[in-house]
Design a protein around this ligand. Sequence first.
Ligand SMILES: *[C@@H]1O[C@H](CO)[C@@H](O)[C@H](O)[C@H]1NC(C)=O
Ligand SMILES: *[C@@H]1O[C@H](CO)[C@@H](O)[C@H](O)[C@H]1NC(C)=O
Ligand SMILES: *[C@@H]1O[C@H](CO)[C@@H](O)[C@H](O)[C@H]1NC(C)=O
Ligand SMILES: *[C@@H]1O[C@H](CO)[C@@H](O)[C@H](O)[C@H]1NC(C)=O
Ligand SMILES: *[C@@H]1O[C@H](CO)[C@@H](O)[C@H](O)[C@H]1NC(C)=O
Ligand SMILES: *[C@@H]1O[C@H](CO)[C@@H](O)[C@H](O)[C@H]1NC(C)=O
Ligand SMILES: *[C@@H]1O[C@H](CO)[C@@H](O)[C@H](O)[C@H]1NC(C)=O
Ligand SMILES: *[C@@H]1O[C@H](CO)[C@@H](O)[C@H](O)[C@H]1NC(C)=O
Length: 339
Amino acid sequence: MNTKMNMEVQRLNVVMCMILVLASVLHVSLAQTTHTVGNGLGWLVPPGGEVAYRTWAASQTFTVGDVLVFNFTTGTHDVAEVSREAYNSCNSTSPISMSTNGPTNITLTSAGEHHFICTFTRHCDLGQRLAINVTAASSPAPAPAPEPATPPPAAAPETAPSPTVPASPPPSATPAPAPSRAAMTYIVGDSLGWTVPPGGPIAYQTWARGRSFVVGDTLVFNFTSGVHDVVEVTRAEYNSCNATTNTTVITTGPARITLTSAGEHYYICTIPQHCSFGQQLAINVTSGGSTAIPPPSSGGPTSQSPGTPPPPLSDSAASFAVAALPFTFLAVALALLCN
Ligand SMILES: *[C@@H]1O[C@H](CO)[C@@H](O)[C@H](O)[C@H]1NC(C)=O
Ligand SMILES: *[C@@H]1O[C@H](CO)[C@@H](O)[C@H](O)[C@H]1NC(C)=O
Ligand SMILES: *[C@@H]1O[C@H](CO)[C@@H](O)[C@H](O)[C@H]1NC(C)=O
Ligand SMILES: *[C@@H]1O[C@H](CO)[C@@H](O)[C@H](O)[C@H]1NC(C)=O
Ligand SMILES: *[C@@H]1O[C@H](CO)[C@@H](O)[C@H](O)[C@H]1NC(C)=O
Ligand SMILES: *[C@@H]1O[C@H](CO)[C@@H](O)[C@H](O)[C@H]1NC(C)=O
Ligand SMILES: *[C@@H]1O[C@H](CO)[C@@H](O)[C@H](O)[C@H]1NC(C)=O
Ligand SMILES: *[C@@H]1O[C@H](CO)[C@@H](O)[C@H](O)[C@H]1NC(C)=O
């Protein structure tokens, strides 16, 4: 009788176990992520050229079932899925699919490369195009870093197709420099340059985090004159994206600014909306002799401007966390029951 009951219990466990396995499999395959293309930038002709959506795509992991949200105003843009050849040549004559109403949601239904362009005249040429790699739902492997196979044809004037990083910036892992070192020249944002970063303020925060700035170093703000500018501002102005005190706005790019004093330094672009969408840089500069200071983190002066909230940083990260929670619970339950 005792053994019989044991068997009953065991059978129940097996059934429960199977239900849980099924539930967890279902859960995993149903977890879908919504990716807002370009985050707060939306779907438009990106100020920095094609690199904007390439950088954005590189920050995401696309899985079959995920949804792309192309956020644009109807009548000013559209979105067409096209072949790789059509993407490379910005040819919109025979798209795979086409949507003229913004915002448009597109569900990724197959693995592999997907290409999207705007068919408005010159928009694709100027960088309004997106190429992504989608992995099958079951594959837990992270998506390969997107990398356009062919360099764009008649590219936007300020588009740098290949990140030919100039010799100067060091790899991000240079935590504590020697007490004294030669003056360095930093290209702000490296190959991204000085632009509205597709991922929002996090871009330049991340860039600054890996670096140490010493009096005598030079910052190069690489931008196209007339498209962006740069000015050093106070912390309050940085936080509110409202530059009023410093009238020395540098409008000619690339701009070289040598750091002449220790302490916090703040830089923004004064073109409307650019700062609030993330074109802002905050750095800590140390005097020559001292060691590196720890980078700013969430506790520091954040870039949030009260008026215009910066775009969400990563939809995928958030939804992954949400998806992972019940999954962890299930895993624990499985471990307890299934043996
Ligand atoms: C789309 O863009 C509009 C205007 O820029 C903005 O108000 C809205 O929040 C955006 N929607 C999404 C999903 O990002
Ligand atoms: C665009 O694509 C169509 C069909 O795919 C092709 O017939 C046409 O020659 C292409 N145009 C250009 C300019 O490449
Ligand atoms: C598109 O996706 C967004 C985000 O998931 C959602 O809020 C919106 O309702 C969807 N729009 C349509 C037309 O499905
Ligand atoms: C997709 O991944 C393949 C293999 O890693 C790579 O060759 C290709 O360039 C990628 N395409 C895009 C659009 O990222
Ligand atoms: C600045 O950007 C342009 C175009 O994006 C690029 O060709 C050039 O190499 C960049 N210069 C530096 C110093 O990074
Ligand atoms: C004003 O901005 C310029 C660069 O645009 C910078 O060189 C200068 O130091 C700034 N002045 C003050 C008082 O912040
Ligand atoms: C920017 O600051 C100035 C002076 O502090 C103020 O008069 C103005 O209203 C501010 N503008 C915005 C958009 O906050
Ligand atoms: C500069 O360093 C101080 C002290 O470590 C820190 O509190 C502050 O947030 C940093 N500011 C920036 C802009 O990195």
